[in-house]
Design a protein around this ligand. Structure first.
Ligand code: ADP
Ligand code: MG
Length: 237
């Protein structure tokens, strides 16, 4: 117990919530498949970052999380690696179904970065990822979605458009990530984010990441997360 407290301190993290899983020390502590371990090695990620050490065991245990950490702390892998595990645990989708995992990010640039990072871990598992943001035609995205996919990485506005076009439904979605939630709100996407969350079954697993937690984001977190564990890295939040 004392050791765990010391270890958290050395990681520079603060954690609140009940029944918090112990932080890990290395990726090998996560019980990942050899395929996933291989993909991690390929990225030359030697050891997990602070947020990854604490977020990975929390998310792998199925709990909801609020992760508060500044840019560059490695949040993407903290939500993508457990998403891969979550998807591999589900029955295979029928050809044209999906997605199981939904990731929302504020801008097309951020969504595209996440898309690229997600592909690296998804591809070796045969998991299909579709990017839904500006820069590519809606028609192409419509076709790709119609063919089926396990993961979508989206900006809120474009995802709403494609939902309205019935390019996809989120009936199978059980894992939702809201990345950079504060920026999504700054950009005025609160109604879109709420609409998206409202279309995903309430017994989903929900992950919310943000650099700061203004009252509006705090309120959303209280409304849409179930017994979340809050992890704060460094002095932010
Ligand atoms: P954030 O979302 O917190 O801003 P990212 O997930 O974009 O951070 O990661 C920042 C950079 O660190 C990326 O280039 C990513 O590939 C790299 N990275 C992530 N995890 C690790 C790790 N465990 N070891 C080394 N580099 C990592
Ligand atoms: Mg990020």
């Amino acid at each position: 117990e004392q050791d765990v407290t010391e270890y958290k301190k050395s990681l520079g993290i603060r954690v609140s919530g009940f029944d918090v899983p112990k932080p890990i020390k290395q990726f090998g502590d996560c019980g990942f498949s050899s395929t996933l371990m291989g993909a991690i090695s390929k990225q030359a990620y030697e050891k997990p970052t602070s947020i990854q050490c604490q977020a990975l065991p929390i998310v792998l245990s199925g709990r909801d999380i609020i992760g508060i950490a500044k840019t560059g702390s490695g949040k993407t892998a903290a939500f993508v690696l457990p998403m891969i595990v979550h998807i591999m645990d589900q029955p295979e989708l029928d050809k044209e179904e999906g997605p199981i995992g939904v990731i929302c990010a504020p801008t097309r640039e951020l969504a595209h970065q996440i898309y690229l990072e997600t592909k690296k871990f998804a591809k070796p598992h045969g998991i299909r990822v579709t990017g839904i943001y500006g820069g590519m035609s809606k028609l192409d995205q419509f076709k790709e979605l119609k063919a089926g996919c396990e993961i979508v990485v989206a900006t809120p506005g474009r995802l709403i458009d494609l939902l309205k076009m019935k390019a996809l439904t989120m009936l199978k979605a059980t894992y939702l990530v809201l990345d950079e939630a504060d920026r999504m709100f700054d950009l005025g996407f609160e109604p879109q984010v709420r609409s998206i969350v409202g279309q995903i079954r309430p017994d989903r697993q929900t992950l919310l990441f943000s650099a700061t937690m203004p009252p509006k984001v705090e309120r959303l977190a209280r409304e849409i997360l179930t017994d979340p564990i809050r992890v704060t890295v460094g002095e932010v939040g």
